[in-house]
Design a protein around this ligand. Structure first.
Ligand code: FE2
Length: 451
């Protein structure tokens, strides 16, 4: 876990606020960076202590069912309208939004990429975001995009928010700091973070260059999946999610705020840092989670369940059980099944699967799917273990075995994923990926009992 004891935000008077985290997922948190800044017993007093302004940030419609309703009350130095001016359209050429279907790019196929290499260009969180696939439609708030980020530079007097989406961030190399309106999140590989739609933040590089994966969720927010008969424990547990305590900047300096809105980017000039929330309470907040605390559940005698057993987070669609996005984790675990083909079986899936490797070796593909790499198995396209994985798993002496040194994930969506031009032409696509199944042999010759 991170040591957050040395993280401080400096205020105008030189005093500092120490950062930290509060445990829980979707809790109704309350936190204040100055004593007495948070109103008690009401949301909107006639005058807020310290001369702060009260403001609500709504993450769901006002009238959403109460168990889904999310909002946060912020008590800030200036209201957000003071962190907004005239908007000027800018271009971030590699950050794409759905619908983005390119003529002459074939998304139908099984694809795999080597890690997108770091370049010698200086890249921030905004300029270093490279979209690989898009799905659904950002304007109707369904679907997603998958991105690779390559970040070498901190944002300086520059801030961002996405009105289109919440971002699920999966680091693979380097360490980043997300200074948000509601507090500070430090993030490193084997952790993930979620930055909610509409929340203003700045990204700094603690240790670079940084590379990782982003799932941009246009739809309903990520939530924990129902565990069903598994019960109240295992998989991702609520206490392991961490939301930052309040931290603020009182800094008067010319700054830029970039907004992503309906797939377009706009800039506005402001005269101060917008990270000026001194106290807040509510359940709409950024969060991080350590993937090493994910407790996998699986088969303990024979066969194995569908990969949905490894779901960390799910973003529902309007169709119950059919997710806009599932975030699924394949991590270290014991394999104990008897008389079983233990790797993932061959399959076709109505959902589309974007996988990324965080570290180690994935059991269905011992070669070629390397840390930092991606693979895409699109809607209804067959895939499964390569020949070596098939032969080894079919002939192995099945002892209990620990699958070690492995952490991969999947962004699985109900929508087909369309490749960007970057993914099809610039990223290191492995042209020979489909050959990994080429040497699978026909074994059938009509002889009963043959295996
Ligand atoms: Fe699959």
């Amino acid at each position: 876990m991170n040591d957050v004891s040395n993280i401080k935000l400096v205020q105008a008077d030189g005093s500092a606020v120490t950062a930290g985290y509060m445990p829980g997922f979707g809790n109704d948190f309350e936190t204040e960076a100055l004593p007495g800044a948070l109103p008690q017993g009401m949301n909107s007093p006639q005058k807020v202590n310290y001369g702060l302004y009260g403001e609500q940030l709504s993450g769901t419609a006002f009238t959403a069912p109460s168990h889904q309703n999310e909002r946060t009350w912020c008590y800030r130095i200036r209201p957000s309208v003071k962190h907004s001016g005239r908007y000027e359209r800018i271009d971030l050429p590699y950050w794409k939004s759905a619908p983005h279907v390119i003529e002459n790019v074939t998304s139908l196929g099984q694809y795999r990429w080597d890690p997108v290499p770091h370049s010698d260009r200086e890249l921030t969180w905004l300029t270093g975001m490279y979209t690989m696939t898009t799905a659904g439609d950002v304007n109707t708030q369904v679907g997603m995009a998958s991105h690779i980020y390559l970040v070498t530079e901190s944002m300086k007097d520059a801030y961002f928010y996405s009105a289109d989406s919440e971002l699920l961030i999966v680091p693979q190399e380097g360490r980043l700091r997300f200074c948000t309106e509601l507090g500070i999140i430090d993030l490193e590989p084997k952790e993930i973070a979620i930055i909610p739609r509409g929340l203003v933040y700045r990204v700094e590089v603690i240790e670079g260059p940084a590379r990782g994966f982003v799932c941009e969720n246009y739809g309903q927010k990520f939530e924990l999946p129902g565990r069903g008969p598994i019960g109240a424990n295992c998989m991702a547990n609520r206490r392991d999610f961490k939301t930052p305590v309040a931290a603020f900047e009182d800094r008067e300096v010319p700054s830029t705020l970039t907004i992503k809105w309906c797939g377009q980017f706009h800039e506005t000039k402001i005269d101060q840092s917008p990270l000026d929330v001194v106290a807040w309470h509510g359940n709409y907040a950024p969060v991080k989670y350590d993937l090493r605390t994910y407790c996998p559940v699986g088969a303990i005698l024979f066969d194995h369940p569908d990969p949905s057993i490894f779901t960390v987070l799910t973003a529902p669609s309007s169709s119950p059980g059919t997710a806009n996005i599932d975030f699924v984790l394949f991590r270290e675990r014991w394999m104990t099944m008897e008389d079983t083909f233990r790797p993932p079986w061959y399959h076709k899936n109505v959902m589309s699967e974007m996988m990324g490797n965080i570290y180690g070796q994935y059991d269905a593909k011992p070669q070629g799917f390397v840390p930092g790499g991606l693979s895409l198995h699109n809607m209804m396209l067959p895939h499964g273990p390569d020949r070596d994985a098939f032969e080894n798993a079919s002939n192995a002496d099945l002892q209990p075995e620990k699958l070690d040194n492995t952490m991969s994930f999947m962004f699985e969506t109900r929508f087909p994923q369309h490749l960007t031009e970057f993914a099809a032409r610039e990223a290191p696509l492995q042209d020979d990926y489909i050959d990994c199944w080429k040497s699978l042999e026909k074994k059938f010759d009509g002889t009963p009992g043959k295996k």
